[in-house]
Design a protein around this ligand. Structure first.
Ligand SMILES: Cc1ncc(COP(=O)(O)O)c(C=O)c1O
Length: 450
């Protein structure tokens, strides 16, 4: 089919995610025909470096040969089977590996097929646990300011990004917003290195008032990715864990974006050395190949659902593609790559290189902060550096930088006025240099013209 015909069809039929479709009049969707390592190849012969791992899913490069091989092998045997009353080896082996992430202290694994669905599962399981224990009043979910946990109704309810949420407010479930860390604009005048999570006191005040009704607190450990890669110290997470444990409230750690090495440890919760009651994983779980998610939980939670059929205690939740064998085999391949190579060391080394190469931007009058953790480096752009005042969101500074960088071969999809690097772990130094040069040029070009 001719490129023009493809574009006519695209325009006629496709409604893209998280997009104002009128933007596509000026910038039609870039047509990708091939992926290879950190590179995406377009239908008009350009190469674009995927600096955000295609929404944080890709770990070891596009079309990674090892993962592809494992999926192909699985494809020859079993593509899919209903997961109620049936099982298969990739799901079982993956269950064992997932459980090992938390030293077998979260041995029960429930599969779903995307991040938001995993959040729904964790929310429902938490409430249902209290329901089965005759504590139906525990029906409130606490979330941290700036949180993002996905777009389905339950997941949206425990998120805090107004832009995504406000139109749906009458549809949402009962939640409790909890003030959380804002380390860039810390109201205690502390830095991430010297604080004792003083801000936790405010979080605690809100929890104290609602303790008996709280089913769970949900949190993104160490980094709130959608909130402009907002990074906070492990001590805050540790305090939340101690509080929830003491007060009979579940802790759901949403590792959907932060898991599988992104923050320099296998799971971001490991920075605080905690065992949550529920952990949700997705995105990097399959190395960015196939949709899959999982909720890990404790034996104690599982036991509350265990009984005879007539007791009606079971967790009757399902998705058609739960535990898809192809996706599970991709995820097993991801674990194998971690097991056979020192990936975490590589992540921390490369993450430091990226961070050091952008540090000179701190001298620029529009750069408010540069923050990093593992393989994440984020640059927050502000209009007034001294007072940390943001640009008017209607100016779409970050978006203009993203468009400019794309024209020059780097995919940098901005988060408001935060430009960040979260590339596949296999990026090499030459590619890092290219990514950073294009990003800096775009930042200067757009901001010097305002
Ligand atoms: C922390 C976190 N939780 C949940 C989700 C939702 O995952 P999905 O987009 O697969 O529904 C995301 C997606 O960005 C996320 O970053």
């Amino acid at each position: 089919m001719k490129e023009k015909d493809i574009f006519d069809l695209e325009k006629r039929h496709i409604w893209h995610p998280c997009s104002q479709m009128s933007d596509y009049e000026e910038y039609p969707a870039t047509h990708i025909v091939k992926g290879n390592g950190v590179w995406l190849h377009t239908s008009d012969g350009r190469k674009i470096l995927d600096a955000i791992s295609s929404w944080w899913v890709n770990l070891f490069g596009h079309c990674n040969k090892f993962i592809s091989k494992k999926i192909k092998r699985q494809l020859e045997n079993l593509e899919h089977v209903i997961f109620a009353n049936y099982t298969h080896t990739p799901a079982i082996i993956l269950g064992k590996r997932l459980s090992s992430l938390f030293d077998d202290k979260l041995p029960k694994v429930f599969y779903a097929d995307n991040g938001s669905s995993a959040i729904e599962v964790a929310i429902k399981m938490s409430y249902h646990y209290w329901y089965n224990n005759n504590k139906k009043e525990k029906n409130l979910f606490g979330y941290i300011t700036g949180a993002y946990h996905g777009e389905t109704i339950g997941a949206l309810s425990v998120g805090d990004l107004t832009l995504y949420k406000k139109s749906y407010s009458p549809l949402l479930i009962k939640t409790l917003p909890l003030p959380g860390p804002d380390c860039f604009r810390c109201s205690y005048g502390k830095t991430r290195d010297n604080c004792n999570a003083e801000c936790f006191e405010k979080t605690k005040e809100n929890m104290d008032k609602n303790k008996d009704n709280l089913s769970a607190i949900i949190i993104e450990p160490i980094v709130q990715c959608a909130n402009g890669m907002s990074i906070y110290p492990p001590i805050f997470l540790k305090k939340i864990r101690d509080y929830t444990e003491k007060n009979d409230i579940h802790l759901i750690c949403d590792e959907i974006a932060s898991g599988f090495g992104r923050t320099g440890k296998m799971m971001a919760s490991h920075h605080a050395n905690i065992i949550p009651d529920f952990v949700t994983v997705s995105k990097g779980l399959t190395g960015g190949f196939l949709p899959l998610s999982a909720v890990l939980t404790k034996e104690k939670i599982y036991s509350a659902f265990y009984g005879t059929y007539v007791e009606q205690k079971a967790f009757l939740h399902s998705h058609s593609y739960t535990g898809n064998p192809l996706a599970c085999s991709a995820a097993c391949a991801v674990f194998e790559i971690f097991e056979k190579n020192n990936i975490l060391e590589m992540i921390n080394k490369k993450g430091k290189i990226i961070y050091e190469k952008v540090l000179d931007l701190l001298d620029y009058k529009y750069v408010g902060e540069i923050r990093t953790k593992g393989m994440i480096t984020a640059i927050e752009l502000v209009k007034d550096k001294k007072n940390k005042i943001s640009f008017d969101w209607k100016e779409r500074i970050g978006y203009k930088i993203y468009r400019e960088a794309e024209r020059n071969g780097v995919l940098l999809r901005n988060l408001g006025d935060v430009i960040y690097f979260m590339p596949p772990y296999i990026i090499n130094e030459k590619e890092i240099n290219f990514m950073i040069k294009v990003a800096k040029d775009a930042i200067f070009k757009i901001l010097n013209s305002i």
